[in-house]
Design a binder for this molecule. Structure first.
Ligand code: PHE
Length: 336
């Protein structure tokens, strides 16, 4: 058979091949484009074709080659599909990988939930706060050290990144008539040296309760309820006298956690007790600053650091781990 005719015959054969040939795609590939395959032989023969016909014959071999390549690539996808179909179709699928909530979010939601069960509503305020809401309304005198450049990130003369969530108390009191029972989670910022125990950015949850006849005993009982709900029935709290410009009397609250692990020792400085919040009776002057009649109403407030509580709950030895976004750390908090 003439070379041209053989090329045409192969072309016809190829066009008629619509399924993977009996021997499978691989044997087809070897027969056509393997080292000893049809194409190789045709290109060899091309060398002895008279010059005036080389172009024409060469082109028809090239188009044959393209046809072969097309077939091979279409069959390789069929091959792949067929090889999957031989697998166990009853096996459960692997499904898309799900993310997880951040440990700070998990703890925040749990705390908000515990207080919502005793009637506290959720409220939030801005992270860039003015002097009035962060300091002045809360009785910080103009020369108070907390306003110092050392502690506060100022944005301009009158604005700063809020240093605590107590600013939200002021906003709620200004905008709501008592009774008020609210809980305000959020991010706060302080110009502090970063270490394993403290950070320049962290989270707090503020609680505020204003009504007629609210007493310090109500405050203690509310905090004990929280500690037992969150840490378990065995949890205990102790209050130590303290000072905040916006509460009187004021206290710091420690929770007894125990000294079972190395992390317990480290974060409680070997005492088993960990300070988790500040609290107190809202200073009458603060009520007046927010247009609430301090002759009729009293109330309590508390503010706790979420990171500290999350460190206890999950035995996290270093506060910086919360903000490094290391997947090996974060993926341990999968809840679904
Ligand atoms: N705002 C205080 C702090 O950041 C905590 C606090 C809140 C104290 C409410 C008393 C009442 O340390």
């Amino acid at each position: 058979m003439e070379l041209k005719e053989r090329i045409e015959a192969l072309e016809k054969e190829l066009k008629e091949l619509t399924k993977v040939p009996a021997g499978g795609g691989e044997s087809f590939r070897i027969a056509y484009s393997g080292k000893k395959g049809h194409l190789k032989g045709l290109y060899e023969e091309l060398k002895s074709v008279p010059n005036e016909m080389k172009k024409e014959v060469g082109q028809s071999i090239n188009s044959l080659r393209m046809l072969v390549e097309e077939k091979i690539s279409s069959w390789s996808t069929i091959d792949a599909a067929e090889s999957t179909s031989t697998k166990d179709l009853t096996r459960p699928g692997s499904g898309p990988e799900l993310g997880s909530l951040h440990p700070i979010t998990l703890v925040k939601e749990e705390i908000v939930d515990i207080f919502s069960r005793i009637g506290f509503t959720l409220s939030e305020g801005p992270e860039i706060e003015d002097d009035w809401h962060n300091f002045s309304a809360l009785n910080f005198p103009p020369e108070h050290p907390a306003r110092d450049m050392q502690d506060t990130f100022f944005v301009d003369e009158d604005h700063a990144l809020r240093t605590h969530t107590s600013s939200v108390q002021v906003r709620v009191m200004e905008g709501t008539k008592p009774p008020i029972r609210t809980i305000s989670p959020g991010r706060v910022f302080r110009n502090e040296a970063i270490s394993s125990r403290s950070h320049c950015m962290f989270h707090q949850i503020e609680g505020l309760y204003i009504d007629k006849g609210v007493s310090f005993a109500d405050l203690k009982q509310t905090l004990l309820y929280f500690a037992k709900e969150f840490f378990g029935e065995k949890a205990d709290i102790r209050l130590r006298p303290s000072y905040f410009p916006f509460t009187e009397p004021s206290a710091e609250v420690d929770v007894y956690w125990g000294l079972e692990t190395e992390t317990d020792h480290r974060i409680t400085k070997g005492t088993g007790w960990l300070e988790i919040m500040g609290c107190g009776m809202v200073d009458p002057q603060v009520l007046e600053n927010c247009n609430i009649d301090s002759g009729i109403y009293t109330g309590f407030a508390f503010g706790m650091g979420i990171e500290r509580i999350a460190m206890l709950r999950y035995q996290v030895p270093d506060i910086r781990m919360f903000f490094e976004n290391d997947m090996r750390f974060l993926s341990q908090f999968k809840t679904f």
